[in-house]
Design a protein around this ligand. Sequence first.
Ligand code: CO
Length: 476
Amino acid sequence: MNASSSSPDDPARASSISDPARASSISDPARASSISDPARASSISDPARAYALDLLDFIGQSPSPWHATASAVQRLHAAGYQALQERDAWQLVAGGRYYVVRGGSSLIAFVAGMAAPAEAGFRLVGAHTDSPGLRLKPHAAHLNGGFLRLGVEVYGGPILATFTDRDLGLAGRVHLRAPVAADAAAVLLTVRSPVVRLPNLAIHMNREVNEQGLKLHRQNELHLLFATENAGREGAFHHWVAQQLQCDPANVLGVELQVCDVQPGVLWGGRQEFIASSQLDNLACTHAGLCALLSVQQPDHTAVAAFFDHEEVGSESAVGAAGSFFSDVLARISEALGAHGSDAARARAHSLFLSADMAHAWHPNFPAAYEPQHHLRINAGPAIKYNASQRYATDGAGAARFMQWCEGAGVPWQSYVHRSELGCGSTIGPLVAARLGIPTVDVGAPMWAMHSLRESAGALDSYWLHLAMARALQSG
Ligand code: CO
C-alpha cells in the first residue's frame, strides 16, 4: 500500500484534486434523478464522456491486433506523422513525428526530441494491441453431424463461457496472392454481423452448470457453428471468405481470423458512469497512450508510444515486447539523431518507461478475491501495480514519478497488489525493463471481468490514465 499521506483510498483526497473535469464529474444526485434520459443524467464530465465515446469508437474499429494497429496508424497519419520502414535508412529531424509498424500488429510512434537522446533521454509509454479470444485454425472448416463448423485455437486466457450464446463476427487479415509474384498482400477483413455461434448446452443436459461453472473442452466443444451441411463442402468457408473480399478464391492463400463481438461498446449505468466493451484489456491503454502521444508538443526528450502484439501469449515473438522491435527502434532513433559510441546506452540510462495494462477493480460481489488493503475503486483513478516478484516492474522511485505526473495532471491514483496466495498476471513492463535496462512503472485503469468477451470498467479511469500518460510524455 502506498504512503498514507498520498493514499488514494481516501475519497476526500481524490475529489479534492483541482482537475476541472474532476470538479464537474459528480453531479447533484437529486438533479440527476429528475432527468428521464439516462444519457443526460451522466455523472461524468463532458470531456471525460467524449473521451470514453472516442475510446469505444477506437475499439469498434479495432476487432483484431492488426486492426488496432491500422486504427492507430490512421490517427497518426491524420496528425501528420510520417511512416518509416525498418528496411530503409532513416533520416530523422529534431521535432519530427514518425511511426514504424512491424508485422502489421505492433507499432512504435515517436516525436524526435529537440535535444539528442544521449542528452535528454526517452520518455516511453507502452501497451498491447492483442486480446484473448478464439482464433480460427488454418483448415478451420469441417463437416460434422450435418453442420459446417469452424475449428478454433484458444489465444491467451479468455473466459471461454463468455463466448457462448453471443452474436459473434470474424475479424483479422487475409493473405492474397500478390498480383506480381513477390510478397503476398495482406488485407484486413471485418465481418461485423453474427456469422458464427457457440450455443450452450441446455441446462437439462448440464444440470450442474450453475454450481460447477461452465466447462468447455478446448478441442471438442469450441467448434463454431457456421452453416448446415446444405451450404456445401468444406471449401464453402474458403469461398465465403473470398466473397467477403470480392476476390477469386484461388487468390486466398491464408486466413488469420479471430472471433469478435458484434455488439458495440456502450456507456452504462443509471448515471452512465461505466463502460462496457470487448477488448478493454488492453485497447483502453493503447488508446490512452496514443491520445497521450498525440497531445505532445516539442519536448527536449524523445517521446515514444509503443504498442505490441502477443502480450496475451507471453510476448516472445518478432513483434512482441520480448522481441527486438523496441530495442531496434530506440537504437535507430539514437543513431539517426547523431549518436556515437556509448550515446545509445546513455540515452537509455536517463529514460523511463510507463507500461500501461488494465488492472483488477474491486468487485463488491466477490470481496474475498482481493487483497483487503489494496482495493481498486472504479472511477477513482489509475492504479500503480506492485509485485515483489517483479511480475510488475514498478519500484518505489518509479511509482513516485508516476504520482507526480498524476498530481501535475490533476489525476488521483491508487495502488494495487494481488492477493498473496494467488498467481499474479504480468505485463510487458518487466520484459521491457529487463531487455532495455530502463526503469519501468506498471500502471493501468481498473476494470471488471478481465478477459471476458464483454469487459467493463469506469468511464473516467482511462480518461485520467491518458492525462497522466500525456504528462509523462510531455514533462518527463
Ligand atoms: Co492486458
